[in-house]
Design a protein around this ligand. Structure first.
Ligand code: LMR
Length: 398
């Protein structure tokens, strides 16, 4: 059965972890996979997470099954974090939420649910998008189409082209949107652009599916949820996948959520029975540990405050590094304008380098980034930023 299998090439993002780990150069800089790193290069466990983990261990009385939807404390807390506690859609009981194994689990369950709603559905994804969106959605049987999003030359969003392409998406189609901190390009929709897209969805009837993997990493917890909140206020139906990997630093615990907004509370409840059924036929029910930690933090005022301020410090560090990187590159007199990096949000930006230049940086300078020249800004530090800027300038000068 397995004799015909050839080994696959490493994953374009995860493969970089192994490559960087093998590199003994003391100056190596890993700007590959999207994990937050502090000034010392560590991906810290947040203080609120440590305390919540301890509290949960103390409080936990049983390891009995938690059911396909996961615990109510998590589902209520994360729903309010995404939409805002006072959101009219929440007040009307129009949003059902389940705990999923990471944001990936949410995307996959959402895709299977949508396939069930419309066997012929096409999901439109941005060009570019996170590489893993394609198998997560496509392997569930959804057809894929692309809409233009980012222009590398000007480092801006091609909004007019995006809107023209999405004019072809109609009822029964799905449009995948990045809620904030676009992965891989860091260029986010403005509030006016969200409004224009919401109007188009209302007019044409397509269903937005928002991937909110970085809430709190861009401009702030509320600001980063502008798109989902607007769409939930103005559209009859919506799907939101969220991840707690980045904003709670719970990467390996696999915590995320899938929320479905229905036209009425009855519709949202009916949708939930289908989502639970998709979960049951997939992994039966989610792991509880990570969701319990998030539920504990969101339900405890002191822990929540501690978490929000640590998250703000992470966000500010990334935003300061963005500005500093632009300054350092400009001080190298490079023949390129990198000022867009400071205008973008979240962990990622494209440097606009060729694959050959990305390979030179890896092979000659031990600087690791995705082949598209996507960099994880959080991998930069005060210690390595000069080396990074000098190395980029050196390959650009060749
Ligand atoms: C990334 O884009 O680097 C992260 O979302 C990690 C991953 O799984 O690809």
């Amino acid at each position: 059965m397995f004799s015909s299998l050839d080994a696959l090439a490493p994953d374009p993002i995860l493969g970089l972890i192994a490559l960087a780990n093998k590199d003994n150069n003391p100056r190596k800089v890993d700007l590959g996979v999207g994990v937050y790193k502090d000034e010392s290069g560590l991906t810290p466990i947040m203080a609120a997470v440590k305390t919540a983990e301890f509290n949960c261990a103390e409080k936990e009385l049983t390891k009995a099954y938690i059911g396909p939807a996961g615990p109510a404390e998590f589902n209520n807390g994360i729903r309010e974090l995404i939409f805002g506690a006072q959101h009219p859609a929440l007040q009307a009981g129009r949003v059902s939420t389940v705990l999923t194994p990471g944001g990936c689990g949410a995307l996959r369950v959402g895709a299977e649910f949508l396939k069930r709603c419309n066997d012929n559905a096409t999901v439109w994804v941005s060009d570019p998008t996170w590489a893993n969106h394609l198998p997560l959605l496509g392997n569930a049987g959804l057809k894929l189409a692309e809409y233009p999003y980012y222009e590398a030359g000007s480092s801006t969003i091609k909004f007019d082209e995006m809107m023209s392409a999405l004019a072809n998406a109609g009822k029964g189609d799905i449009v995948l949107l990045h809620g904030c901190c676009h992965n891989p390009c860091g260029a986010d929709l403005s509030e006016d652009q969200w409004q224009a897209l919401t109007d188009l969805a209302a007019k044409n009837g397509f269903l937005p599916f928002i991937d909110l993997a970085y809430q709190g990493f861009g401009r702030g917890l509320d600001e980063d949820a502008f798109g989902p909140r607007l769409m939930a206020a103005q559209l009859p139906e919506l799907l939101v996948a969220s991840s707690c990997s980045k904003n709670f630093g719970l990467y390996r615990e696999r915590v995320g959520s899938l929320s479905v907004l229905g036209d009425s509370s009855t519709q949202a409840e009916a949708a939930l029975t289908h989502i639970n059924n998709v979960v049951r036929g997939n992994y039966s029910m989610p792991p509880s540990h990570g969701g319990a930690i998030v539920g504990e933090i969101l339900g405890d005022q002191a822990l929540r405050q501690s978490w929000e301020s640590e998250l703000a410090a992470m966000r500010n560090r990334i935003n300061q590094l963005r500005v500093l990187l632009v300054d350092k590159l400009s001080a190298q007199n490079v023949d390129a304008d990198f000022s867009f990096i400071a205008r973008q949000h979240g962990m990622f930006s494209f440097l606009g380098l060729s694959l050959a230049q990305v390979e030179q940086l890896r092979e000659q300078y031990s600087i690791y980034m995705v082949g598209s020249s996507r960099v994880n800004i959080a991998g930069i530090s005060q210690t390595n930023i000069d080396y990074v800027a000098q190395s980029i300038a050196a390959v650009l000068a060749r």
